[in-house]
Design a binder for this molecule. Structure first.
Ligand code: FAD
Length: 401
């Protein structure tokens, strides 16, 4: 699909990286994705291949062994990967957010210790804010850290950790009242802890348990888990940035780049749905002609392609804004909102174009249909994006009368 979702003004290096990733997606991901997904199997060979390509270190600075690329390059790679299989982009996404938070907020020692290992894909990141009782309302977090000598003791239950089992480093956001007087605003009494652990399930470190995988309707292959902290002892030098009380802001910064990333995933899945729909529409005949020749189907294809183009343009704009050093919460919120809604709609249209066959597990669109809804929820639901967009608009367009 050469025509749609083009990005102008890319450097030679960016073009080369994207061509390599696209080639990998076409040869190594698309042919096996649906089968692995149906078996809910972790795509180890794909992950190993991406490690070799350096994708795990794409945005990590060169001085720490990464490729030092921009958010735009990263997002365009994610778009390509999600076009192949959204779960694979999920494996990279939490790793990327943790690496980004370390780069932006880590102490020098934390950067030197973790980033080279993360760039090589040896240390793999997950991040954890959500709990059984909360997701959108991060300020309601109940998990707690209490200082005990040179360590903190963490207790509480976390929910919905993407890569909870396969990761070896989890950035965990908890309440830490230490040093903060009673009545401090909730977002000023939270701390991000860098929790190292063994991969796998069960007790993966004394005081830390990862029960089994949560069984999901889609987004399979990648493990999503709970995390239980029961007297988990973490040394003070594993507080992200070295000081307590900054965790909420650090996580929100991470989630903001994560939103561009989710937008990119929406773009990739929508592109694949369009590809499948436009191919099928030319093969399937009804009433004596290919269904693509019926105007109703052509209109669907026109709407789908327009949505693919619009979502891609907004995602690229949000990434470029962040790369320029400007605040991009408005653009990232809009891109995430639009790309995820459009993705769901484009997938649904491609599904309808497939008629009854869209319902068969033999057709790739069946998988996409179960994957698209996750994008409406991850990194903040549509309602949360609209709250962010609305607040920012009222700041920008303050009534002067
Ligand atoms: C597959 C998967 C992977 C995930 N991975 C991670 C992860 O790696 N790390 C992590 O920390 N979390 C993760 N999450 C959790 C995800 O971020 C939350 O599910 C999401 O933020 C929504 O929170 P919730 O499920 O608690 O819904 P709730 O917050 O309970 O919201 C329920 C509904 O109410 C709406 N709503 C809530 N508040 C308002 C409001 N003020 N105004 C209007 N409507 C509102 C929401 O939009 C939603 O429609 C994952 C979730 C899934 C499904």
């Amino acid at each position: 699909m050469a025509r749609l979702a083009q990005t102008h003004g890319l450097t030679d290096v960016q073009q080369e990286i994207l061509a390599t990733v696209r080639d990998f997606v076409d040869k190594e991901i698309i042919p096996v994705a649906t089968e692995l997904e149906h078996r809910d199997e972790y795509p180890q060979a794909i992950v190993d291949g991406l490690k070799e390509l350096g994708v795990f270190g794409l945005m990590i600075p060169e001085e720490y062994g990464g490729l030092g690329e921009s958010l735009l390059t990263y997002a365009l790679c994610v778009e390509e990967i999600a076009r192949g299989w959204m779960s694979v982009s999920g494996i990279i996404n939490t790793h990327f957010i943790v690496a980004y938070m370390l780069k932006q907020h880590g102490t020098q020692e934390q950067k030197e210790y973790f980033l080279p290992r993360m760039a090589a894909g040896e240390t793999r990141g997950a991040f954890s804010m959500s709990e059984p009782g909360l997701g959108s309302d991060v300020s309601a977090i109940t998990s707690k850290a209490v200082k005990d000598g040179d360590e903190y003791v963490l207790n509480g239950q976390k929910m919905w950790l993407t890569n909870g089992g396969t990761s070896t480093l989890v950035a965990v956001l908890v309440r830490s009242d230490e040093g903060h007087p009673e009545g401090t605003a909730p977002h000023k009494s939270m701390t991000t802890f860098l929790v190292e652990k063994e991969p796998g399930f069960g007790e993966v470190r004394p005081g830390l348990t990862i029960p089994g995988k949560i069984d999901k309707m889609g987004y399979k292959g990648v493990d999503t888990t709970e995390l239980i902290m029961d007297g988990l002892r973490i040394p003070a030098n594993r507080v992200l940035g070295g000081a307590t009380g900054r965790g909420f802001y650090q996580m929100m910064d991470g989630v903001e780049v994560g939103r561009v990333n989710v937008a990119a995933r929406g773009c990739g899945v929508a592109q694949r749905a369009f590809e499948l729909g436009v191919q099928y529409a030319q093969q399937r005949h009804t009433f004596g002609k290919p269904i693509a020749q019926h105007q109703a189907i052509q209109f669907k294809l026109a709407e789908m392609a327009t949505k693919v183009e619009a979502a891609h343009a907004m995602m690229v704009n949000a990434a470029r804004k962040k790369d320029s050093g400007e605040r991009n919460d408005l653009e990232a919120g809009m891109a995430k909102y639009l790309a995820s809604e459009y993705c769901k709609e484009v997938v649904e249209d491609a599904f309808r174009i497939h008629g009854g066959y869209g319902f068969s597990k033999e057709y790739e669109i069946e998988r996409l249909y179960r994957e698209a809804p996750m994008l409406l929820i991850g990194e903040g639901t549509a309602e949360i994006q609209k709250m962010i967009i609305g607040r920012r608009l009222l700041e920008e367009y303050r009534f002067q009368g």
